[in-house]
Write a protein that binds this ligand. Structure first.
Ligand SMILES: O=C(CO)[C@H](O)[C@H](O)COP(=O)(O)O
Length: 428
């Protein structure tokens, strides 16, 4: 049976939480405990000391990401109780050599992190000859958000060096198993375990996956399918959080409930009382599109109602957003169609035909271009520029994951201020 080492990366800021999370991860089957870079930056070597004290028999990894002064940094981590110390593979050879010398003096190992290295295979060979003990095929969190993949990086290294290979970056149970089948000796998992609402269960699922790796690879999706699948897993608030609190439409309300609209925008520029372009635009939509209608914020007349909704359902339209009003709301609710507007009003106006389909439009304080992504739920609607849709969707999922563990800790009786140490982190 394969036995890869499972290293849990404590990538969190609060030390008191890190200890508990590590206990749960170890109970779920984690072997090594990594004091993650964010924890080291937040708490310093005290974090390494405390984790060492709490886990006397475990291998402790200090993810120092050393870039300079190799001796000093390896020494401080080793003296605090680390068994493995991480250096940036991109650091100068003099730094690597100093790390290796200091590691030998203190009886610890050096792991080199290949994050952002231009030629990972050549650099991994150099590192092995400089005396590094482990190389880590690591794709960083920001790089993951644009689709870079640590298993691909690991694959390129397999068989190229004789020292152990670690892998890190966005791994879950399925990709951890793939990593082991590609040749990983050490599987490093952060977010998927430590941000989970059930840390022990998540660690156990990874443990089981890497102990009996299956090589089945998931069916390939198109980029749009992937973006939609990601956005369907998150909420509109997760999305605006992922965009640094941007993108939300103001003054818009859900007129139907318990439904969500996700999809690329088909836009409509229209005028109050003129419902021709909004209705014609239904026939321009592809299944899964969201119709976004600028109707000059009018609240005295509606360009949308039940018959338009039934037509939109026939076309597979994912939802409608109106900077203006809608009517027949009772019928539309019964149809469970996602509809968002400023107001409801019974007047319909006339189909005159002014306006434009698929032009850039203003909508509730945002600019929407055809193809920009819309995520709308009962909290409201967010527009995501099409160029950043994949990245924002990935980041929104991270936001959601971050909330899972916090939610679990609140369920155990903590408050949000306690969990996040709000007072400590107030801006000074
Ligand atoms: O070193 C790191 C970030 O720089 C992380 O520890 C590593 O990427 C693992 O975390 P995750 O599984 O969340 O990607």
């Amino acid at each position: 049976m394969t036995h890869a080492t499972l290293q849990v990366a404590l990538d969190i800021l609060e030390l008191h939480r890190a200890v508990r999370i590590a206990e749960e991860a170890v109970a779920g089957g984690a072997d090594w405990i990594e004091v993650g870079t964010p924890l080291i930056k937040s708490e310093g070597m005290a974090a390494v000391r405390q984790i060492r004290e709490a886990f006397p028999g475990r291998v402790i990894v200090a993810d120092m990401k050393i870039a300079d002064t190799g001796t000093v940094e390896v020494e401080m981590a080793a003296k605090a109780g680390a068994n493995v110390v991480c250096v940036l593979a991109d650091a100068d050879d003099t730094v690597i050599a100093e790390c290796v010398r200091a590691a030998h003096l203190y009886g610890v190992r050096v792991m080199a992190d290949l994050i952002n290295v231009a030629d990972p295979v050549a650099r991994a060979r150099d590192l092995a000859s400089l005396g590094v003990d482990i190389v880590n095929a690591h794709v960083g969190i920001d790089q993951q958000m644009i689709g870079k993949n640590s298993v691909d990086l690991l694959r390129s290294l397999a068989g190229e060096v004789s020292i152990p290979l670690a892998v890190a970056g966005g791994l879950d149970a399925s990709t951890a198993a793939q990593a082991v089948s590609v040749g990983a000796d050490i599987v490093i998992v952060g977010g998927w375990i430590v941000k989970s609402g059930d840390v022990e269960g998540s660690a156990r699922r990874i443990r089981e996956a890497i102990d009996a790796p299956s090589v089945a690879s998931p069916a390939k999706q198109s980029m749009d399918e992937e973006i939609r699948a990601l956005f369907m897993q998150v909420s509109a608030p997760n999305v605006t959080d992922a965009m640094h609190r941007k993108g939300a439409m103001n003054g818009l309300f859900p007129l139907t409930f318990g439904v969500k609209a996700v999809g690329p925008a088909v836009t409509v520029q229209s005028f109050p009382g003129d419902w021709a372009k909004p209705v014609e635009a239904i026939d321009v939509c592809k299944p899964g599109d969201v119709l976004v209608i600028y109707n000059a914020a009018a609240t005295h007349v509606s360009p949308w109602g039940e018959l338009a909704t039934r037509s939109a359902i026939n076309r597979g339209v994912a939802g409608v957003i109106i900077d203006g009003s809608a009517r027949d709301v009772d019928d539309i609710r019964a149809l469970k169609f996602p509809l968002f507007a400023r107001a409801s009003v019974p007047n319909a106006g006339e189909p005159k035909g002014f306006g434009e389909i698929n032009a850039e439009i203003p909508c509730c304080g945002q600019t929407v271009r055809p193809g920009d992504w819309i995520v709308a739920d009962e909290s409201g609607a967010v527009v995501v520029p099409k160029e950043r849709a994949y990245e924002v969707a990935r980041r929104a999922l991270e936001v959601k994951k971050n909330e899972e563990r916090v939610r679990a800790e609140i369920a155990r009786g903590s408050t949000l201020a306690e969990v996040q140490e709000l007072y400590k982190w107030e801006k000074k």
